[in-house]
Design a protein around this ligand. Structure first.
Ligand SMILES: O=C(O)CCC(=O)C(=O)O
Ligand SMILES: [Fe+2]
Length: 263
């Protein structure tokens, strides 16, 4: 029987679902809120508006490794793809549009991240390659009777370059680890959550952190999220950008290739 079915009939999940880490038995859904900025992706598009957003981006990524994005400032003309996304009705079409949009967001953000470190804007994107992969994972967390002992997802860091998460509109659950403490992500309507994955940590020579995160469960409500993993071309060598290696900041990572399958 699946955990979803067990949850419906009110039974506990098998033992391997019980959290056994150092904070086992005290899983806390009410940890402090994360202090990360909301970046307006529309403002990242032009030199006249990007300075403040780049500053926020750099500080969020070097401390937390994540931030939220919104698009309050609309592009001058809505892209055709955007209009299509509203109108299309089948999951296949919507998912395709979402993947395409995620690819664009990934590109805009990798350029902005390079600029925020005063580097040439294609520094990260060039490593990314032409045959990059966008994979989406649907996460369904059924209500769980033992939220104090059972995690939805165990602590991990993502193997992607960037991860773009479409959070649940009503139910919190995602938490990030910083300085050995857990912080929860609030629900911000219309926002996407972006976190750095291991491969951007490598490219940035450790300046941007790939944060450890986990998902706690809820006793009453189910939670659904879609995680989009942006993954570099498996033929491309990923390495710390030359401009970020110097005498004061030695190279911290070896070159990696097809990193996702190395794990
Ligand atoms: O569901 C979430 O909030 C996050 C899921 C996650 O971390 C993952 O799929 O890698
Ligand atoms: Fe994750």
């Amino acid at each position: 029987m699946s955990v979803q079915e067990l949850s419906i009939i009110g039974k506990e999940p098998p033992q391997n679902y019980f959290h056994k880490g150092s904070d086992a038995g005290i899983l806390d859904a009410s940890v402090p809120l994360i202090q990360i900025p909301v970046v307006d992706i529309g403002l990242l598009a032009s030199p006249s508006t990007w300075t403040h957003e780049l500053h926020k981006l750099r500080s969020a990524l070097s401390s937390w490794g994540c931030f939220q994005i919104v698009s309050y400032t609309k592009p001058r003309r809505p892209a055709k793809a955007q209009i299509l996304a509203w109108k299309s009705s089948t999951l296949r079409k919507i998912l395709h549009e979402f993947a395409m949009k995620s690819r664009q967001i990934n590109e805009i953000l990798l350029k902005a991240m390079a600029r925020s470190l005063d580097m040439e804007e294609n520094c990260f994107l060039d490593q990314y390659g032409e045959r990059a992969l966008v994979t989406a994972r649907f996460n369904f967390y059924p209500p769980c009777q033992r939220p104090d002992q059972i995690l939805g997802v165990k602590p991990h860091a993502d193997a992607s370059a960037l991860t773009i998460l479409l959070p649940d509109k009503e139910v919190e659950g995602l938490q990030f680890l910083k300085d050995k403490e857990w912080f929860r992500v609030p629900i911000i309507p219309q926002a996407l959550l972006v976190n750095v994955g291991d491969q951007v940590e490598i490219m940035s020579n450790g300046i941007f952190k790939s944060p450890v995160h986990r998902v706690v469960t809820n006793s009453e409500k189910e939670r659904i999220t879609v995680a989009v993993f942006c993954i570099p071309d498996s033929d491309k060598e990923i390495k710390p950008a030359d401009a970020l290696v110097n005498e004061t900041r030695p190279r911290l990572y070896k070159n990696v290739k097809d990193y996702k399958s190395m794990l």
